[in-house]
Write a protein that binds this ligand. Structure first.
Ligand code: FAD
Length: 293
């Protein structure tokens, strides 16, 4: 059962940060509430000490999607539905657009915010692999400080991040790539909608004359938290992107995943699926290159 709580609606960021700094042990930010409310209802330990919920949904500083010369800045309280309506995201960050389109259902996407997704940091958070692969950084504020760190650095363990209790994520910045990337995002769930991800993979490839110039690989759900595979990415650079390479990379990715997670009861079916999906994604990316999509 949801306990009785104070819900406070600050009008601006400064007011929210002041409220948070006064009671940081017993206060928590709430945005869409689609993780917190079910969590309170299930009496999860990580929500037990909350007495005040500080609702950031109407704070103007956390809203808006702004395109500048070198990046796009997404307000932390933008919902997945807002993101899906943005042309820059759709055209220049299609993997984020695709990840957003698979979150929950229309009702969930209308409430669920992008920051709520990665601050909660469930292994199956769908925006994480796409944001990692685009090298997203986060602007974070407290009453006395402002900083910007990469999402990769921010995520520490399942349901844990480097966010301090008196801090709020204000923006997600995604730089425009200086490469000619083509990419794919894949989500495997048990059904088509309102499905928790079992495997997510994101791939971005820049290849010229069939040689890999740069590749970025990220996973979610199949690893304890969303993760980049930097060593594997380095190994791929300069390789000829023939069929054998696609098979080798797919096998190596499955091996790396075992290294991170260890063997589990689900490995027997997940690892062959990861290999096959990775191979198919590389084939799709290749044909997008060929047809100039
Ligand atoms: C039926 C259902 C289906 C779902 N399906 C999916 C799915 O397919 N894919 C998926 O990835 N997720 C799914 N989710 C989970 C959830 O919808 C997402 O994780 C969502 O993005 C969380 O955002 P929120 O705004 O609702 O977060 P909230 O519940 O409001 O908050 C989540 C966490 O983020 C913190 N937080 C929020 N905003 C900020 C901020 N600006 N600064 C600091 N901390 C902040 C909160 O304090 C809290 O710890 C589903 C949930 C439900 C109930």
């Amino acid at each position: 059962m949801i306990p009785s709580l104070n819900v406070i609606f600050p009008k601006n960021l400064n007011e929210a940060l002041s409220l948070l700094s006064d009671n940081s042990d017993s206060s928590k930010i709430i945005a869409g509430g689609t993780d917190i409310i079910p969590g309170l209802n299930q009496e999860l330990n990580r929500f037990k000490e909350i007495k005040n919920l500080i609702d950031v949904n109407q704070i103007p500083e956390l809203k808006g999607i702004i395109r500048s010369k070198e990046k796009i800045s997404i307000g932390a309280a933008e919902t997945f539905s807002d993101i899906l309506q943005n042309d820059t995201v759709r055209e220049l960050f299609p993997l984020l657009w695709k990840a957003a389109s698979g979150v929950g259902s229309v009702q969930i996407r209308n409430r669920a915010t992008i920051a709520g997704n990665f601050v909660n940091n469930a292994p199956c958070a769908d925006s994480v692999p796409a944001l990692l692969i685009y090298n997203a950084t986060l602007e974070i504020e407290s009453l006395s400080s402002k900083k910007e760190i990469s999402l990769n650095e921010f995520l520490s363990a399942p349901y844990r991040t480097k966010l301090n209790r008196d801090e709020i994520v204000t923006k997600i910045n995604i730089p425009f790539a200086d490469k000619n990337f083509t990419g794919e995002f894949f989500k495997l769930g048990r059904r088509r909608a309102v499905a928790i991800s079992r495997i997510t993979l994101a791939l971005l490839v820049d290849w010229r004359d069939s040689v890999i110039n740069e590749i970025r690989i990220a996973s979610g759900a199949v690893t304890p938290i969303g993760a980049r595979f930097f060593e594997l990415e380095k190994y791929c650079s300069g390789k000829k992107a023939d069929d054998q390479f696609k098979k080798d990379l797919s096998r190596k990715l499955a091996e790396q995943i075992i290294k991170v997670t260890g063997l589990r009861w689900s490995s027997e079916y997940k690892l062959p699926v990861v290999q096959q999906v990775c191979y198919q994604m590389l084939k799709n990316i290749e044909s997008q290159h060929e047809y100039g999509i």
